[in-house]
Design a protein around this ligand. Structure first.
Ligand SMILES: CC(C)(COP(=O)(O)OP(=O)(O)OC[C@H]1O[C@@H](n2cnc3c(N)ncnc32)[C@H](O)[C@@H]1OP(=O)(O)O)[C@@H](O)C(=O)NCCC(=O)NCCS
Length: 238
């Protein structure tokens, strides 16, 4: 890893990072980190979905989301900890292949994995959120075999720690397991994640089209979210 430097040009001491499984007590810190990540890197989609000024409500909403995901079976949550400050600086969650569930089984209902509507901050665009997730789930269902494939759900790195290879380390750790099992891995990419995923062997297989004009946007009427699959034969970058 390239050693980061102070503005003075003096090298920082090499940092030690550690990847570990997330514990329930980590969830508030992760919700705060997620808030920081998205405030630092605004997303066109999120800007149209959620109000910009409801920070406390957005924190509660993110925490509710994390708590639901944490209780789910067949989801792995990993954190990267900066050992010098004992703070979480990167997070990834993955769906792992699960046993087949009979048709109509509630455990297969994607909408149950999101916070109830009452948890959504006032001022958010519920119609847009519901339409986006309906379309996203429809496309994912058409590509993902839940009994066979992995899905990268979430990946983010603290803004002050980005471009140092931390997300790459998180990806590499899990992809070694996925490759050893010769499994595929699916994800939906943000603009920030897209180049990284290409480098690690994911390819675009579909896209979620969100017609923002329907929700009042004039300058960028259609937002495309790439849906990507990494085949079992993909190679990790050197
Ligand atoms: C996308 C995201 C997770 C990447 O995290 P990261 O920790 O900065 O990722 P990495 O450092 O591993 O890689 C990012 C870039 O840094 C470069 N990099 C990797 N190792 C490096 C190192 N040792 N030193 C400097 N740069 C390095 C990578 O080449 C990559 O550059 P590239 O995009 O031009 O190829 C981060 O930008 C983020 O959290 N964004 C907001 C949330 C988001 O969009 N998440 C993706 C959801 S799909």
């Amino acid at each position: 890893m390239t050693r980061p430097v102070f503005e003075s040009g003096l090298p920082l001491a090499p940092m030690a990072f550690h990847i570990a499984t997330v514990e329930e007590a980590d969830l508030p810190e992760l919700a705060m980190l997620s808030q920081m990540v998205w405030n630092h890197q605004p997303s066109t989609l999120l800007n149209h979905m959620f109000p910009a000024d409801k920070h406390a409500e957005m924190y509660d909403y993110r925490l509710a989301w994390l708590r639901i995901a944490f209780k789910e079976d067949f989801v792995l949550h990993f954190k990267m900890v900066d050992l010098s400050s004992n703070t979480i600086v990167s997070y990834a969650s993955w769906d792992v292949p699960r046993p087949a569930v009979p048709d109509g089984d509630a455990s297969d209902d994607e909408s149950a994995k999101r916070p109830p509507k009452a948890m959504y901050p006032e001022g958010c665009n519920l119609a847009m959120i519901e339409e986006f997730y309906r379309e996203r789930d429809r496309i994912a269902d058409s590509h993902v075999n839940k009994t066979q494939d992995y899905v990268l759900r979430v990946l983010f790195t603290h803004p002050g720690y980005q471009s140092r290879g931390l997300a790459s380390m998180m990806l590499r750790r899990m992809l070694e397991r996925i490759d050893a099992e010769r499994r595929r891995c699916y994800l939906e990419a943000t603009p920030a994640g897209y180049p990284l995923y290409l480098k690690f062997g994911w390819k675009v297989v579909d896209e979620v089209r969100t017609d923002l004009a329907k929700y009042g946007a004039k300058d960028a009427p259609v937002e495309l979210t790439p849906c990507m699959m990494r085949d079992a034969s993909s190679l990790l970058p050197k």
